[in-house]
Each structure stands twice: as C-alpha cells, then as structure tokens.
Design a protein around this ligand. Structure first.
Ligand code: TYD
Length: 135
C-alpha cells in the first residue's frame, strides 16, 4: 500500500538541529489535537485500531518505532527514526505501533479532537467498514 511521508524543513547549523512543519506545506490538515506516546515499556505494542474519519501524521521525534499500516487488502511496515520526517496515517487504515525503543517519543498531529466513536477497534469490523471480504 502507498506510504505517504513528509520531509520537514531542516534548519540545522553548528548549534544543532531545528525542524519546522507548517500546515499546508509539510503536513496536510489543521492539527486540532496533538498527543505523544513515550515511556513505552519493552515489548509493548499499541494502536490496533483504525479511524473512520480522523487523519494523523506520526513523527518519531526521539528514538525509533515501527508502524504497521493495513488498508484491509495490503499491509506494510514503516520504521520511524527521523525527527524531521512524518508518516501519514489516514482514515480507513488499521495501524499498530511496535518495537518502540526505550527512549522513543512518538508525536502525533491529529485532524480532530478525541472521539471514541471514530475508532474501529475490532479487525473484522474494520474489514466490513472497508468493504473487504474476510479471507
Ligand atoms: P489508546 O487508544 O489505548 O492509545 P493507542 O492508540 O496508543 O493504543 O488510548 C489510551 C487512553 O487514552 C484511552 O483511555 C483513550 C485515551 N485518549 C484520550 O483521552 N485522548 C486522546 O487523544 C488519545 C489518543 C487517547
């Protein structure tokens, strides 16, 4: 399946690095909500859901983790380890986060406020939502 990544502006100099992302340039929607995942315990995986309408951009601003993306027909895994790069997780994509390093901080820009009703947390319900027949 298609992977959409965004490369942020880099303003590094002898002092260090500075990354910038502006709405409409380096990410595609107004971010109504920002959250971050950190202190993830060894061996723990998160996510295991899809969203009906919410779009998100994931940025691993420290450490690394792997994101499994699944549109019901195809799956792919993307490693995030660059603080100046974002990964789009659009609506209708089942996603799982795996293999967090102990120092990983995963920053998420979300297109809307938190609404539990937007979550699909059951995989068979996700396949039905996507109009995919169960194998
Ligand atoms: P959860 O959906 O389990 O996180 P993940 O996608 O990483 O597996 O969310 C953990 C808890 O936090 C759950 O009780 C819902 C709550 N939560 C909010 O209240 N607001 C938010 O923006 C998010 C992302 C989660």
């Amino acid at each position: 399946m298609e992977i959409i990544k965004y490369q942020f502006q880099h303003h590094g100099d002898a002092r260090g690095q500075l990354a910038v992302l502006e709405e409409g340039k380096e990410f595609p929607f107004p971010a109504k909500r920002i959250y971050y995942i950190y202190g993830t315990q060894p061996g723990i995986a998160r996510g295991f859901h899809a969203h009906k309408a919410l779009d998100q951009v994931l940025i691993c601003i420290h450490g690394s983790c792997k994101i499994l993306l699944d549109n019901g027909r195809e799956k792919t895994t993307v490693e995030l380890n660059d603080p100046a790069e974002g990964l789009l997780v659009g609506h209708g994509v089942w996603h799982e986060m795996h293999d967090f390093t102990q120092d990983a901080i995963l920053l998420v820009l979300a297109s809307d406020f938190y609404q539990e009703s937007d979550y699909i947390r059951d995989y068979d319900t996700f396949l039905a939502f996507m109009g995919v027949d169960k194998q």
